[in-house]
Ligand binder design. Structure first.
Ligand SMILES: [Zn+2]
Length: 265
């Protein structure tokens, strides 16, 4: 029978280890279910364009279960739709932004999985399943980034979406040299030399199917545009990006986006 003194020692040591984890390593994670549920419930009343993910006026109601290619569109996508469809959980703002950032930077595997599961829920809630079923593809991160973080977060997200939708997660996309993107605008990101590619074997599995390209954050959309164009070349019938959150446009980024759109025709 451990004495009271021993139990107190144990309690202090456990608290010390927790503080070390939180402070130095940042690995201690919040309850995945509760943290994701509360962050997503704050974000879930937003309305977004179902072709690019941008927030649109709140008077529009989000539809339940439409086919890919339908649903509300923003002014830009009414003229030139950016993607075949789009799914998101919310805007890149509190509390969802901090949760996503901490989950990937601190390797909160269970939180990332729970976010992916909710994303799968949202896909099922908004879109009718394609005849041939979904194929899930993660937006790729470089090997060094994965090693540094200790988690391949987009792949964990994709695995959770795949598990929720009973669809295969295909590791189709690979990235070669990829430089840090923070601080770059959309134009710079799109023209940064990168080499995203799809293996021949994966292309066979994607051909003729509806593909969900899973990522954590859509900032300018350049990474998703590149991923989607590679998947399209592989023969996918239609492609729907599914992201946790979208950095909705400020007036400055909107101006940049207009410049980008005019330059790309
Ligand atoms: Zn749009």
């Amino acid at each position: 029978m451990p004495t009271q003194g021993f139990q107190d020692h144990l309690r202090v040591m456990t608290r010390g280890v927790r503080m070390l984890e939180r402070g130095l390593l940042g690995r201690a994670q919040p309850c995945p279910l509760a943290s994701v549920r509360s962050a997503v419930s704050v974000a879930s009343d937003q309305t977004w364009c179902m072709r690019c993910g941008a927030a649109i006026d709140s008077l529009t109601t989000m539809p339940q279960r439409v086919s890919v290619g339908s649903g509300p569109r923003c002014a830009t996508c009414r003229v030139t739709p950016r993607f075949d469809g789009f799914v998101r959980l919310g805007s890149y703002r509190p509390p969802l932004d901090a949760l996503v950032r901490h989950a990937k930077e601190r390797s909160w595997h269970a939180v990332v999985w729970e976010l992916g599961w909710h994303l799968g829920n949202e896909v099922e809630r908004r879109f009718l399943a394609p005849k041939m079923g979904w194929r899930i593809v993660a937006s790729p991160t470089s090997m060094w980034r994965r090693l540094a973080r200790g988690i391949d977060h987009t792949n964990v997200l994709a695995s959770a979406v795949a598990s929720r939708l009973h669809s295969p997660n295909i590791k189709a996309l690979r990235v070669g040299r990829r430089t840090r993107q923070a601080g770059l605008d959309r134009h710079e990101r799109l023209h940064r030399a990168r080499s995203m590619h799809c293996s021949q074997r994966a292309a066979i599995q994607l051909s003729g199917h509806g593909v969900l390209v899973v990522d954590d954050i859509r900032t300018t959309g350049a990474t998703l545009i590149e991923a989607c164009s590679v998947v399209r070349e592989a023969g996918a019938e239609f492609i729907v990006p599914a992201v946790i959150c979208v950095a909705d446009m400020t007036p400055v980024s909107m101006k940049r986006s207009e410049v980008f759109a005019s330059e790309c025709g």
